[in-house]
Write a protein that binds this ligand. Structure first.
Ligand SMILES: NC(=O)c1ccc[n+]([C@@H]2O[C@H](COP(=O)([O-])OP(=O)(O)OC[C@H]3O[C@@H](n4cnc5c(N)ncnc54)[C@H](O)[C@@H]3O)[C@@H](O)[C@H]2O)c1
Ligand SMILES: N[C@H](CO)Cc1c[nH]c[nH+]1
Ligand SMILES: [Zn+2]
Length: 433
């Protein structure tokens, strides 16, 4: 049952703490477990991937069956409705259109006296994208990972996703991967998949970056491989925070809270409102709607553990809570949502008004749904085209230009005791040069 916290009368500190740390597992135990998985995959390659896939996914992988074949892709098209394939194509078009706008360009600027400075942008050559599949296969996450990589111009996109108990990948996932342009698809999940992508195995190419959401094992593995390759962010169990005033529709708000609660028992769904009437209406709606939804076990557990309706005195307090929690998704169901948006410092994605329902962003609107969770929207951004691009600086100076600044550089180098640095400048102005 969703609890009501009246922050006008009681402390909300516990709620904050609970929402920001939802692993329910001892972090050091998870870390130790994942360290072992990552190191075994690094040292033993395929054999370790097979062992962990058998252990966690109950599937027997071999070097021959771990990669999705052309026949499996063709077969997937026979098992997915044409109508759904068309929806995937329309979603792809929207996501592509949005992400193309993120593309930055290389630049060069010519300063005075023969100085040319610039920045070259190049796509990463090979990336690994992780598509979660433990609690539900998520074809929409295929599009959200692969499309920005494609728009960036990445040459090879290697996808990993856990196989179902039958050893197969969900056909909609395969269709989405093919439509979006994934180059290779491997049937593996969890920490072992992240390690295999980061270090490579006999069958899996080593990648420059791993992106994508996942559970605590996936995210911990991403942290451990960071530096051997790049990663995007911590994208863990889904979250939604709704800020609503008396103008909001209780039915809509409850439905949107439940939409994220169904992802995972660790998902968080929080309403903050200055209307006591709305708070109780939403509570009733959450119960009424849960009764007719699927995935009840997950919904009930996540709502019990990480669901809350917080009544606040005013919207200032609501905004303070948003900025402390830094939610993955924030809905502003208030009379003037655009008036409030400037106050929000920390949120992965902001949905404005009663008709920008969170699932619209999950599937179709265009912005990326791979978003930072557990308070990390304080410093991480949504997955974007820039994540698949690296930058190189360019510096060109004429003799005259260097001569203008040589004394400054020499003095600075000597202040660090680095005489060879100073010398490299000085020799260029010795007699005869
Ligand atoms: N933040 C985002 O952008 C975003 C987007 C989509 C989904 N999500 C979240 O991603 C998560 C997906 O998690 P999931 O579990 O469904 O799928 P997952 O693919 O991340 O994890 C499944 C894998 O976990 C591994 N695993 C399971 N139990 C293990 C154990 N005890 N020890 C070691 N490894 C183990 C298995 O190898 C399995 O293949 C959900 O919480 C969902 O809310 C987040
Ligand atoms: N809401 C998830 C991100 O937290 C993304 C998703 C995929 N499918 C449905 N929803
Ligand atoms: Zn969702």
């Amino acid at each position: 049952m969703i609890r009501i916290i009246d922050s006008r009368k009681e402390d909300d500190k516990d709620l904050l703490k609970k929402l920001l740390d939802r692993s329910q597992l001892d972090e050091s135990v998870v870390l130790q477990r994942v360290e072992e998985i990552v190191s075994n995959v690094r040292n033993k390659g395929n054999a370790a991937v097979f062992e962990y896939t058998k252990m966690f996914d109950k599937v027997y992988l071999t070097a021959e069956n771990m990669r999705v074949t052309k026949e499996e892709l063709d077969d997937a098209y026979n098992n997915v409705d044409n109508e759904l394939i068309e929806v995937i194509r329309r979603a792809k078009a929207n996501i592509e259109e949005y992400h193309v706008k993120q593309k930055e360009k290389s630049w060069f600027s010519t300063e005075k006296d023969g100085v040319i400075l610039g920045q070259i942008l190049r796509p990463l050559e090979i990336v690994g994208v992780y598509v979660p599949g433990g609690t539900a296969p998520l074809p929409s996450s295929v599009l959200m990972n692969v499309i920005p990589a494609k728009v960036a111009g990445v040459e090879k996109i290697v996808m990993a996703t856990p196989p179902g108990k039958d050893g197969k990948i969900n056909p909609v996932i395969l269709v989405a991967a093919n439509e979006a342009g994934a180059d290779e698809i491997y049937k593996m999940g969890g920490a072992q998949a992240i390690a295999a992508l980061a270090f490579g195995t006999e069958s899996i190419p080593k990648v420059d970056k791993v992106t994508g959401p996942g559970n605590i094992y996936v995210n911990t593995a991403k942290r451990l491989v960071y530096g051997y390759c790049d990663i995007d962010m911590f994208a863990g169990p889904s979250e939604i925070m709704v800020v609503a005033d008396k103008t909001a529709n209780a039915k809509f708000v409850a439905a949107d809270l439940l939409s994220q609660a169904e992802h995972d028992v660790l998902s968080a769904s929080v309403l903050v409102t200055d209307s006591e009437k709305l708070a109780y209406e939403v509570k009733n709606e959450v119960e009424r709607q849960t009764a007719y939804l699927g995935r009840k076990e997950i919904i009930n557990k996540s709502i019990d553990d990480y669901g809350a309706i917080v009544i606040v005195n005013d919207m200032e307090k609501a905004i303070e809570l948003v900025n402390q929690i830094a939610p993955e998704h924030l809905e502003l169901c208030v009379e003037e949502p655009f008036g409030m948006v400037g106050e929000i410092k920390n949120a992965g994605a902001i949905f404005l008004g009663n008709y920008a329902s969170e699932p619209l962003g999950d599937y179709f609107a265009g912005p990326n749904h791979v978003l930072p969770t557990s308070g990390t929207a304080r410093f991480f951004s949504p997955l974007n085209v820039g994540e698949f691009i690296k930058k190189t600086s360019l510096i060109s100076y004429s003799r005259k230009a260097l001569s203008n600044v040589k004394d400054d550089v020499i003095l600075f180098a000597e202040s660090e005791g680095l005489s060879a640095h100073a010398n490299a400048i000085r020799v260029r102005f010795e007699k005869g040069e």
